[in-house]
Design a protein around this ligand. Structure first.
Ligand code: GDP
Ligand code: MN
Length: 388
């Protein structure tokens, strides 16, 4: 789960990580009131779950109330396109009004779980600011790393060593070292998978301050943090994915046109491979799981049919704990309620498969039934060809 910059900075403040005074605003009047409270100059910052906002025109310095009014009016409601949003952009619903900082130097600080190393890795660079992605590509050696032993956790000397390797004077290095240790504490206690401060600014008097704040939380750790779940912003997520998680379906939208409904992640992978193999492309990953009910299946079919990219549906089920007759009932119920205009290919195998096939046959709906995977693949390829 991602959170907004203003939410991350609130958490930073709780952990003693230095941030400038700020307040979120959802209207122009709120923005002006917040700025007057903070004192000028301020920075008006678009809050979306994507970076590169500066480059897209979503960050603006404001010297007085007139500036804030103009900036907030322009940014609130705009569709912000940045190198990270894709061409469709994101609608800005909130701005952060923040006291402007006097920046002498811009560093980069990142923390992530490095799966290859099986350890949290801290990254830092002198080349902070808006072009870090370019640096990572062209000059990866400019990004310094420190691997954290999961049994020993972050040792203070490691934080200080990293700060010194950045070539900072001792006093500043001490401040940055403390910054890193506080961020690490937050990272561990809140079950983060990524923290990124870019830039981590050094002010004119040598103190570190988080100018930007990106925090990604581990979805599997969220049950431990009900207070963090409340930070979720559904506006920033794919609406079909939101619908799917609400009923415990594993759904990920992809770019192709064959909607797939499968049980089990392994079978889902194999199914996507198969679709590719016959020259088509999956529109999604949808795993209904082992214990899916007829209602969940119905919802799954619903989600597939609601996706305008889907030109054919492929239901590929191996009935184990999920019985084929339960699956068939769900599919029939969904198809009766919805106006299904695309071909639906069904391949069933496993527990109660005969009963399942019978339910599909007797439904009076036009499913294309396949006995095995090879036949299913052929039918999928045909259906996609018909559609195009
Ligand atoms: P991003 O473009 O989404 O990464 O947004 P950032 O929060 O990183 O802001 C982009 C850039 O705006 C930063 O790298 C800074 O150079 C500049 N910026 C943001 N806030 C301030 C501020 O308070 N003072 C100054 N001088 N520059 C700022
Ligand atoms: Mn940034």
């Amino acid at each position: 789960m991602r959170v907004h910059e203003y939410q991350a900075k609130q958490l930073f403040a709780d952990y003693g990580i230095p941030v400038a005074a700020s307040a979120p605003a959802t209207s122009v009047d709120e923005a002006v009131a917040a700025a007057s409270e903070l004192g000028f100059p301020v920075v008006v910052k678009a809050q979306i779950h994507a970076g590169g906002r500066g480059k897209g025109g979503g960050i603006q310095l404001a010297e007085d109330a007139t500036d804030v009014r103009e900036a907030a009016a322009r940014i609130l409601g705009m569709t912000l396109v940045t190198p990270q949003t894709g061409p469709e952009g994101r609608v800005v619903r909130t701005v952060l009004i923040e006291s402007a900082s006097d920046i002498a130097q811009e560093l980069y600080l990142g923390m992530t779980i490095d799966r290859a190393n099986r350890a949290i890795t801290i990254m830092a660079s002198r080349a902070g600011g808006v072009d870090i992605e370019e640096t990572a590509r062209t000059n990866p050696d400019a990004i310094l790393k420190e691997t954290i032993d999961p049994l020993l956790e972050l040792r203070p000397f490691q934080a200080f060593r990293l700060a010194c390797r950045l070539g900072l004077p001792t006093k500043t290095a001490r401040g940055v070292s403390k910054f890193i240790q506080s961020l690490y504490k937050l990272f561990r206690e809140k079950d983060c998978v990524l923290a990124e401060i870019n830039p981590l600014a050094i002010t004119a008097d040598g103190a570190p301050i988080a100018i930007d704040a990106k925090l990604n939380l581990d979805d599997n750790g969220l049950f431990r943090h009900p207070e963090l779940v409340e930070l979720r912003d559904l506006n920033e997520e794919d609406p079909l994915e939101v619908e799917a998680t609400a009923v415990n379906l594993n759904y990920i939208k992809l770019e192709g046109n064959v909607g797939c409904l499968v049980n089990g992640a392994g079978l889902a992978m194999a199914t996507m491979d198969l679709i590719k193999h016959v020259g088509a492309s999956p529109a999604n990953f949808l795993d209904v799981g082992g214990g899916a009910t007829a209602e969940m299946i119905e919802k799954g079919v619903h989600i597939l049919i609601d996706d305008p990219d889907v030109k054919a549906v492929f239901i590929n089920i191996f009935g184990g704990i999920l019985r084929c007759d339960v699956l068939a009932e769900g599919v029939v119920a969904a198809a009766k309620k919805l106006d299904v205009k695309v071909p639906v290919i069904v391949r069933l195998e496993g527990t109660n498969v005969e009963a399942g096939r019978q339910i599909l046959q007797e439904s009076g709906l036009s499913f294309r039934s396949a006995v095995d995977l090879r036949e299913a693949a052929t039918l999928v390829a045909e259906a996609v060809k018909e559609a195009s």
